[in-house]
Design a binder for this molecule. Structure first.
Ligand code: DSN
Length: 434
C-alpha cells in the first residue's frame, strides 16, 4: 500500500488501513535522515504486494521441493542474473530474509561454533552480527574486534593487521553501520590472505553507492559480499550474498537448507526490480548525488560548530558527536523528530554514555536524495538541525514548532517516491505520485 486509503484493506481492516495511511502521511511530511532508510519506487512496492507471497519455493531455481515453480524460477533467476551483472560477481544468492540472517549464513558456511571472527566493534561503527557480544555471532563464536583511532575517527589498517596476526581469525568482517569513510577493501583482503581468513565485505549501507560507482567495489578483494537490499540500493527489505564460484556452494547450502526455509518470493521479485533500476544510467547520478549531499550536510554542520566523527564523510553518512554541544543524542533526536527531521541517536567511538542513551546522532542522505533534494536543501537542513538541537537544550518548543512548519513546506516541494498522500482521498495530489 502506497496510498493513504486503499479500498480492499480499508473494508477488511480499517484499523490497520488507517495506521498505514497515517504512516504514508508521516513519511510524506518528514525529512528522512536515517542513513539506512530510503524510499523505494512504486514499481518496487507493487512487486512486493503481489500473489508471489502465496507461494512456497524451498530450494533454488530448477531444484525445488514444491511444484508450481514455473514462474517463481524465472523471477529468482532474473534477480540472480541482475545481481551478478550489476556487481560483477560470479554468484549471487537473493534469498536471505535480511542482513542479519545473511551474515549468520556466512558463519554457517565457514565457521564451526567457537571459531574466531574479527569484526569492527559495534560502538566503533560495526554491526551486531560482526561478532558483537549480545548477538548470537558473539556468543556462539569467539570474537575479537578492531575499531577506529580516537584522533582521526578512522581505521588504522596496520592495527587491524596486528590484531589479525595475533588472533588468527578464520573470518574477517569489514563494513559497518556507522562508517562515514571509504572502506579499504584491498588492505582488508591483504590481511585476510596473510592469516588465511575468509574476508566478508558487509556493504549493506553502501551497496547503492558501489552499484552507482560512488564507492570502490569489494569485488576481487572480498571472498563474500553481504548486503541488504533496502538501504542505498533502494530495494525492498531483504538481502543478498555474493561470492566467487569457489564459495557458491557453501553459501547456497548455508542459506537453504542451513538457515532458512522458503524464500520470500514477493521480495525476490521486488529485488529484481530494484536491481534493474540500479543498473539504469540515472542511478549513477543518484549515487553521486547522495555523496555530494552528504558532504554538503557535513559542511553545513561543521560550519555551525558540530563535531563530526572523522571530520566529515566520503559516503552517504554523517556521525555527529554532540558532546561539545552539551546535549545527549537521544533528547536531540527526539526534538528533531518533533520538528519533522527523522534521525537516529547512535553511539560514537569511545562513547562514555550507554548505547540506549549515547552521545551521537547518525544521519545520511539516501532518502532526501531520492526526493530530489540537493546541496541547498542540505544547508537548510543543517541550519534547522542547529536550531532544533539548541532549542532542545533550552526547552524552546516554539522554535521546534516553527521549524516543523518550515519542514512541511520543504517536504511538499519534494514529494517522496512511492509515497502517495491523499490518493484515494484528495485527487488533486494523485498526479504527483511517482
Ligand atoms: N539497522 C541497520 C542500520 O540502521 O544501520 C543495520 O542493520
Amino acid at each position: 500500500m502506497t496510498r493513504e486509503s486503499d479500498p480492499a484493506l480499508s473494508a477488511t481492516d480499517p484499523e490497520i488501513a488507517g495506521l498505514i495511511g497515517a504512516e504514508v502521511r508521516r513519511q510524506a511530511d518528514t525529512v528522512k535522515l536515517i542513513p539506512s532508510e530510503n524510499y523505494v519506487s512504486r514499481a518496487v512496492l507493487e512487486a512486493t504486494g503481489t500473489v508471489l507471497t502465496n507461494k512456497y519455493s524451498e530450494g533454488y531455481p530448477g531444484r525445488r521441493y514444491y511444484e508450481g515453480q514455473q514462474v517463481i524460477d524465472q523471477i529468482e533467476t532474473i534477480a540472480v542474473e541482475r545481481a551478478k551483472a550489476l556487481f560483477g560477481v560470479d554468484h549471487a544468492n537473493v534469498q536471505p530474509y535480511s542482513g542479519s540472517p545473511a551474515n549468520l549464513a556466512v558463519y554457517l558456511a565457514f565457521l564451526k561454533p567457537g571459531e574466531k571472527v574479527l569484526g569492527m566493534a559495534l560502538p566503533m561503527g560495526g554491526h551486531l552480527t560482526h561478532g558483537w557480544s549480545v548477538s548470537a555471532t558473539g556468543t556462539w563464536f569467539s570474537s575479537v574486534r578492531y575499531g577506529v583511532e580516537q584522533e582521526t575517527g578512522r581505521v588504522d589498517m596496520d592495527k587491524v593487521r596486528e590484531i589479525a596476526l595475533a588472533e588468527r581469525p578464520r573470518l574477517i568482517f569489514c563494513g559497518g553501520t556507522a562508517v562515514p569513510r571509504i572502506i579499504d577493501f584491498p588492505a582488508f583482503a591483504s590481511i585476510a590472505r596473510e592469516v588465511d581468513a575468509v574476508l566478508v565485505a558487509d556493504i549493506a549501507h553502501i551497496a547503492g553507492l558501489i552499484a552507482g560507482g560512488a564507492h570502490p567495489s569489494p569485488v576481487g578483494h572480498a571472498d563474500v559480499i553481504s548486503t541488504t537490499t533496502h538501504k542505498t540500493l533502494r530495494g525492498p527489505r531483504g538481502a543478498m550474498l555474493m561470492c566467487d564460484a569457489a564459495h557458491a556452494k557453501a553459501i547456497d547450502k548455508a542459506v537453504f537448507p542451513g538457515l532458512q526455509g522458503g524464500p520470500h518470493n514477493h521480495t525476490t521479485a521486488a529485488i529484481a526490480v530494484a536491481l534493474k533500476e540500479a543498473a539504469a544510467p540515472e542511478f549513477r547520478a543518484y549515487a553521486a548525488a547522495i555523496v555530494a549531499n552528504a558532504k554538503a550536510l557535513a559542511e553545513g554542520l561543521s560550519s555551525r560548530g558540530f563535531d563530526l566523527v572523522s571530520g566529515g564523510t566520503d559516503n552517504h553518512l554523517v556521525l555527529i558527536d554532540l558532546t561539545s554541544k552539551d546535549i545527549a543524542g537521544k533528547p536531540a533526536a527526539k526534538a528533531l523528530d518533533r520538528a519533522g527531521l527523522e534521525t537516529n541517536y547512535n553511539t560514537v567511538p569511545f562513547d562514555t554514555r550507554k548505547p540506549f542513551d549515547p552521545s551521537g546522532i547518525r544521519i545520511g542522505t539516501p532518502a532526501v536524495t531520492s526526493r530530489g533534494m540537493g546541496p541547498a536543501e542540505m544547508d537548510q537542513i543543517a541550519g534547522w538541525f542547529d536550531e532544533v538541537v539548541g532549542a532542545a537544550k533550552t526547552g524552546d518548543e516554539d522554535t521546534i514548532e516553527r521549524v516543523r512548519k518550515e519542514v512541511l513546506e520543504l517536504t511538499s516541494a519534494f514529494p517522496a517516491p512511492g509515497v502517495c498522500p491523499g490518493v484515494g482521498r484528495t485527487p488533486r495530489l494523485s498526479g504527483r505520485c511517482r
